[in-house]
Design a protein around this ligand. Sequence first.
Ligand SMILES: Cc1cc2nc3c(=O)[nH]c(=O)nc-3n(C[C@H](O)[C@H](O)[C@H](O)COP(=O)(O)OP(=O)(O)OC[C@H]3O[C@@H](n4cnc5c(N)ncnc54)[C@H](O)[C@@H]3O)c2cc1C
Length: 258
Amino acid sequence: MTWTIVVGVKQVPDADEVGIDPDTGRLDRASAPAVLNPPDRDALEAALSIRDEVGGEVFAITMGPPNATSVLEEAVAVGCDDAYLISDRAFAGSDTWPTSLTLARAAEELEADVVVCGEETTDSSTGQVPPGVAAHEGWAQLTYVEDLEPVPEENCLVATRDVEGGHERVAADLPVVVAVAYGEFEPRPAGLHRKIYAENDFEPTTWSAEDLGIEDEVGLDVSPTSVGGMETVQPVERRGEVVDAVEDLLEPLTEVDA
Ligand SMILES: Cc1cc2nc3c(=O)[nH]c(=O)nc-3n(C[C@H](O)[C@H](O)[C@H](O)COP(=O)(O)OP(=O)(O)OC[C@H]3O[C@@H](n4cnc5c(N)ncnc54)[C@H](O)[C@@H]3O)c2cc1C
């Protein structure tokens, strides 16, 4: 049996160029071009490598505004079979709870065997979405994954996980949600023909909240968290000093600047 692999990709502001609005203290998303969340390149590679071994299809999904189509084009260019844009004004103000519910319902609709996500995003960086998807569906989850071995004959996925001070091998029955460790899956380049197709002919299927039957379960009102405020801090200037002997360390370490 082949597997259906769904990969979550998110559009984020380019971290090298994004600024903070000095008046509101919030991320000024308009100040930077939107790009594919870098850890999601690893997620795409992990998803495609599972398909290489087991066969099946890889579908990219994103919950975002209509211009998030560009990250789906990138996903199709590197080899995803199809991609879905989940977009609706009803999603405005959603925190990680309704976001993971939305992605979970989309994965269910696609009859996913495996959902692959990045470790975290570079704009909100909570890392809560992949475990949230698993929780909403009651599926197994594998986080901080460095390597994957599909075992189709047993309908399970074996992962090597990065745990403090070592590595752990865990097997999970399908369906399973995987969050891959950033930098562990070297992304493959997009093929030329696929790139031309993605840029010129590809159109994502678009789903609304109503299409997924969750119109009353998303948005600001049902988001349990709220951002109380945001402060920017200046980087601390660090002092360095070379001492001749270990016992000379104590004084500079305990010295308090006036
Ligand atoms: C307290 C709080 C309040 C917030 N309030 C708002 C708000 O009012 N308005 C607002 O617009 N946003 C808000 N957000 C941001 C919003 O919740 C997040 O952008 C979203 O839930 C995804 O969380 P994350 O970026 O931390 O994802 P992570 O959990 O860090 O992402 C891990 C992985 O999950 C997948 N993933 C995550 N998000 C998506 C997605 N959208 N589509 C596809 N795959 C995805 C990717 O593979 C990603 O690498 C808030 C966040 C927090 C923490």
